[in-house]
Design a protein around this ligand. Structure first.
Ligand code: ADP
Ligand code: MG
Length: 600
């Protein structure tokens, strides 16, 4: 029986054959022209989708890459008589460099600010192109030498390269999806800070996404320049083109592989119709209104896009016709996680001196010192608002701090970025668990990176070995049945366990857990305590924030007590609970019960 997957992809060779054959059977220049413009838009949309769809960075400046590619090719052809084929490649290279620069400039911008910066960059390029008239012809425009080939070729010399480039762009886009690069980009889309905390060099991921997207669009811009043979800054650096690109992606299905192509095949004919059908001085404004309005309508009424909707219809159809997928086969157990036994290593894994962090006048962390040994569990307790989470945030680099030193496993980290701290072996969970809901549970486990390696980005999303290891970990947590589902469906407690398993993937030397047992069932809490004990056995240092003192007393060798940003007591649970300062700090909050069973 043909598998539904094969069947689903059967249309690709058919569509490609039809597009390849079209100019040969039909001599109609109008449709050849329409298809060339559709391919251009599809390349622009697929390129945009790598950054805007996969990584979630919406930009409104992508027509700048068409412009940059077009002008590079055009100028080389008009002034230096460079061959169009070479010119287009140089156009792509220029765009790659431009994209890399732009990604450096926008390294710290997100959301709306990113949209604005990319839009402004496009406008700026337009202004530069208009002003630098010696090079670009300015508002007079730039005429390219007319192509020399025989008229009987019609538009083939543009049609086929553009189609070929579209195929390459989609292939690269597909490859990115299946690679670790894609996995990282999707993680960035869900929660960029969390991804950085798991060791992902997010800036590098984003730069590669930007460069890949920009390069193909730049080459397409070069082909376009030759095709129209006349460049005009107002037309090339036009916001409407950017809007059309974004509209095609949103309409087809943002973040999908074929959505941008499908969207382009819908949007390009409409655009073509309006530009031939609308005349007069207001045509530009009307087009902008029309497509801007369409963009808004799609965002509101069809937020997922056409393709995902069609796909879910298909899935339902096949679910009825073919039956359900076989249940997960049982797997051999390979132990839980990367069991690098460091022995009972009692050397210091975390040394913190004089850490400070203020929010305005509020001293959330006020001169904190900590000493944690490996193979040891340390508790951190204190009333709500005493600064425990902020201390975690300063130690892991989420929140910058100018005062104090942080040493993990002998390495000074206070000047290191978040991924670097993860690479040094620092891992943490969050008070409210943060998982990548756009990925499967197995993929969530596999995302963390203990070190950055460029070559690794191109390997498979989840290798067979990684999958086997992840399934074994999930089996131990009783979550194997959810392996290929989104973690969105998990209970709060299960999410906490998955997050713990995720940080353990980093093979850390120090794990900081922020209220791991709060709000979870006793059974999960016991499982959690077991996992923490197994960490101690493997030589990992654990810093545990928890309100449940019985939980703390059952696990921890030592506790620090925090109040108003400062450490007010340190010692065994029994010692600190007896101290008057600790009792005072808790008065009016929860009284401190002295645990009967003593320390583990
Ligand atoms: P805990 O985890 O011990 O309950 P937190 O570290 O969350 O305490 O908070 C410590 C104090 O710092 C609180 O008063 C909180 O309101 C304040 N705080 C925490 N984060 C921020 C922030 N980003 N901006 C301003 N104030 C903050
Ligand atoms: Mg907290």
């Amino acid at each position: 029986m043909t598998s539904p997957v094969r069947l689903r992809h059967a249309w690709i060779p058919v569509a490609l054959a039809a597009l390849l054959g079209f100019p040969l059977v039909s001599g109609d220049i109008y449709y050849q022209n329409l298809l060339i413009m559709t391919f251009l838009l599809a390349i622009g949309a697929s390129g945009w989708n790598i950054m805007g769809g996969y990584a979630g960075y919406l930009s409104l400046g992508n027509s700048a890459f068409i412009g940059l590619g077009a002008y590079t090719t055009g100028i080389l052809a008009a002034k230096a008589d460079v061959s169009p084929f070479l010119g287009c490649l140089v156009g792509g290279l220029t765009c790659a460099i431009g994209a890399a620069l732009l990604s450096l400039v926008t390294r710290r911008t997100r959301g709306m600010y990113f949209v604005i910066v990319t839009f402004a960059t496009m406008q700026l390029l337009g202004v530069v192109a208009t002003t630098w008239s010696g090079l670009t012809g300015g508002s007079q425009g730039l005429a390219l030498p007319l192509p020399m080939w025989s008229l009987s070729y019609q538009d083939w010399p543009f049609y086929y390269p553009m189609l070929g480039l579209l195929v390459v762009t989609v292939a690269v886009s597909a490859w990115v999806r299946r690679s670790k690069l894609g996995l990282g980009l999707f993680a960035i889309r869900d929660d960029e800070d969390k991804a950085a905390g798991l060791g992902l060099r997010t800036a590098v991921y984003k730069m590669i996404a930007f460069v890949l997207g920009g390069t193909f669009v730049g080459i397409a811009g070069g082909i376009y320049a030759y095709y129209v043979t006349f460049l005009n800054t107002a037309a090339v650096f036009d916001i409407v083109t950017s809007v059309l690109i974004v509209l095609a992606v949103l309409l087809g299905g943002r973040g999908t592989l074929w959505g941008p192509v499908l969207g382009a095949f819908i949007v390009a004919p409409i655009s073509n119709f309006t530009s031939t059908g609308l005349g007069g001085a207001d045509a530009g404004a009307i087009r902008l209104l029309l497509f801007g309005g369409l963009l808004g309508a799609v965002a509101i009424f069809l937020p997922r896009g056409v393709l995902p909707v069609i796909e879910s219809w298909f899935r339902r159809l096949f679910a009825r016709g073919v039956g359900h997928a076989p249940p997960h086969a049982h797997r051999s157990r390979v132990g839980s996680g990367p069991a690098v036994d460091r022995g009972a290593d009692a050397s210091e894994v975390l040394v913190v001196r004089g850490l400070r962090k203020s929010f305005g006048g509020l001293r959330a962390v006020d001169g904190v010192d900590l000493d944690l040994a490996g193979a040891q569990i340390t508790g951190l307790i204190g009333p709500n608002g005493s600064g425990k989470t902020t201390l975690f945030n300063v130690i892991d680099g989420t929140v910058p701090s100018r005062d104090g030193t942080i040493t993990v496993g002998g390495r000074r980290l206070e000047r290191t970025g978040r991924p670097g701290r993860a690479h040094a072996g620092l891992a943490r969970t969050y008070q409210l668990p943060r998982l990548f809901d756009g990925l499967t549970v197995v993929e969530n486990l596999v995302v963390p990176e203990r070190r950055f390696a460029f070559g690794r980005l191109w390997t498979k999303r989840v290798t067979a070995a990684e999958r086997e290891r992840a399934l074994a970990v999930l089996d131990d947590l009783g979550l194997a049945g959810y392996a290929d589902d989104s973690p969105a469906g998990l209970s709060y407690g299960q999410r906490k366990l998955v997050e713990l398993a995720q940080v353990l993937w980093l093979d850390p030397v120090l794990v900081m857990l922020d209220e791991p047992a709060a709000g979870i069932s006793p059974a999960l809490s016991a499982r959690l305590a077991d996992t923490v004990r197994s960490l101690r056995r493997r030589g990992v240092g654990v810093l545990l924030v928890e309100h449940d003192l019985a939980f703390i007393a059952g696990l921890c060798e030592q506790v620090y007590v925090m109040s108003r940003g400062a450490i007010i007591a340190h010692g065994s649970v029994a010692d600190v609970s007896a101290e008057q300062a600790v009792v005072d700090a808790y008065l009016g909050d929860t009284p401190v019960p002295v645990p009967a069973e003593g320390l583990a």
